[in-house]
Design a protein around this ligand. Structure first.
Ligand code: UGA
Length: 450
């Protein structure tokens, strides 16, 4: 029989909602706590407040088992053995640093409402992405409070669009444990009970100290961001020389030391994680007096932002130098496919800037249309690609949703006014589009014979 743990998950956003539902699948009782009553009400009905493939199925099953509840009432966490902190740490409005308000308020909630289980101390498990040093600061605050609790840091590596799979079948699990060996063992044992079914499958589990666990998370995202900016800088070189960055990535990617993943050049990375995580990491390095160690991330960030400028310039150039009155069909607004997330989305940024230059932007997105309409009522967002493409002077593919990648060049040509396409994600076959009569421009890529 699998061990059974009574768990609270504090913060039911992207990370927390998925985590709460998946923990029931591992055999535990879970209460999800959030301050947002609308979100709690939706989750309680099995409705995912955001687009995430597979989440509603997992939620529905977990709710039907009677072992998952969502609430806004913090007293509901009393009686739990273990508390996951899964709140957001967004970028501060006026600096690069992370806003830690929600983390500290979650810690206060635990200190006020948690109880000590009969078998031993309560366990507080941090999952949020935080500046290095936070776990120790939380442990210090807990040590000075009335609650007997062990703090463990357990970073999360889930990707939007694959959140359920990444939670139930992660490629590794990291525990950041306190220096006190005995307390550390208690924390380790508690998390081993939580993740027992995953660990039994042989998933690597790394036991490290607090700062290492916190750094693992930001180091991983920094590395991924660096890989993307590296290939985007190669795209700039390809643009200057007539090279093809996608073929270049294929060729270097065959070297196992390099690997092909995360070498898709395009309009760059966005979303709620990579951009803010590298900035918060730089800010923290500055506070620690080691800002030089991360100056390369400044370059990673600026290469990334330059991709957006480049896309806007390319559209302007294709329009003959002026965008006023030019109809641009924007396909895709989310920061990546299989998500409705438009936080720091390169596609949305580019669409807004084209509009600012006087273009008649008609945008569409299978999942991002509703959030964009709410956020940017000035942008013209339509429901289908057909409406966006009708009579367009320039087509811009900015998020590689499968339905856009599958567009037929000949059929699409028959509905636009001028066959010009910017493939902002290098997701199309350049030759096929050029052969169908399109002026095709990729990102560091042209329709060459080879
Ligand atoms: C990212 C990390 O991949 C996860 O491991 C991490 O857990 C998560 O952040 C987090 O910190 O919570 P996510 O933001 O869901 O996950 O998105 P990614 O799949 O990493 O994509 C990020 C951006 O990079 C997207 O805009 C995507 O279009 C872009 N990208 C990705 C490229 O431009 N090129 C690539 O080759 C890959």
């Amino acid at each position: 029989m699998l061990p059974h743990v009574r768990i609270s998950v504090i913060g039911c956003g992207y990370l927390g909602a998925v985590h709460a539902a998946c923990m029931v699948g591992l055999g535990h009782d879970v209460v999800g706590l959030d301050v947002d009553a609308v979100k709690v009400e939706q989750l309680s009905r099995g409705v995912a407040p955001f687009h995430e493939p597979g989440l509603e199925e997992v939620l529905t099953e977990a709710l039907a088992s009677g072992r998952l509840t969502f609430t806004t009432d913090p007293s509901a966490i009393a009686g739990c053995d273990l508390h996951f902190i899964a709140v957001g740490t967004p970028q501060q409005a006026k600096s690069y640093a992370a806003d830690m308000t929600y983390v500290w308020s979650a810690v206060d909630t635990v200190l006020q409402h948690a109880t000590v289980p009969e078998e031993g101390p309560a366990v507080i498990v941090g999952k949020s992405t935080v500046p290095v040093g936070t776990a120790q600061a939380i442990a210090d605050r807990v040590a000075g409070a009335d609650l007997d609790a062990v703090v463990v840091w357990n970073p999360e590596f889930l990707r939007e669009g694959f959140a359920v799979q990444d939670t139930t079948a992660p490629d590794r699990i990291v525990y950041g444990l306190p220096e006190d060996r005995e307390r550390g063992e208690l924390g380790r044992a508690a998390l081993d009970r939580v993740y027992a079914p995953i660990l039994e499958r042989g998933t690597p589990r790394l036991l490290v100290n607090y700062p290492t666990a916190e750094l693992v998370k930001v180091a991983a995202n920094s590395f991924l961001a660096t890989k993307i900016s590296f290939i985007n800088s190669m795209a700039e070189l390809c643009d200057a020389t007539g090279g093809d960055v996608a073929r270049l990535a294929d060729a270097i990617g065959h070297d196992e030391r390099i690997g092909r993943k995360f070498l898709r050049a395009g309009i760059g990375f966005g979303g709620g994680c990579l951009p803010k995580d590298i900035r918060a990491f730089m800010a923290r390095a500055g506070e620690l007096g080691v800002d030089q160690s991360l100056t390369f991330l400044r370059e990673v960030d600026s290469i990334n932002l330059r991709r957006r400028d480049h896309a806007v310039e390319l559209a302007t150039e294709m329009a003959g130098g002026r965008l006023v009155g030019v109809k641009v069909a924007v396909l895709g607004l989310t920061f990546k496919p299989d998500s409705d997330d438009v936080r720091d989305s390169p596609a949305l940024d580019i669409a807004g800037r084209l509009w600012g230059r006087g273009a008649t932007v008609v945008a569409t997105d299978p999942a991002g249309a509703a959030p964009v309409r709410a956020m940017r009522p000035d942008l013209h967002v339509v429901d289908t690609a057909a409406e966006a493409l009708d009579g367009a002077d320039i087509v811009m593919l900015l998020t590689e949703w499968p339905e856009y990648v599958a567009l037929d060049p000949a059929r699409t040509r028959s509905v636009v006014r001028t066959p010009r396409i910017i493939d902002g994600r290098n997701a199309l076959d350049p030759r096929a589009w050029a052969d169908a009569g399109w002026d095709y421009r990729g990102m560091g890529r042209t329709a060459s014979t080879w």
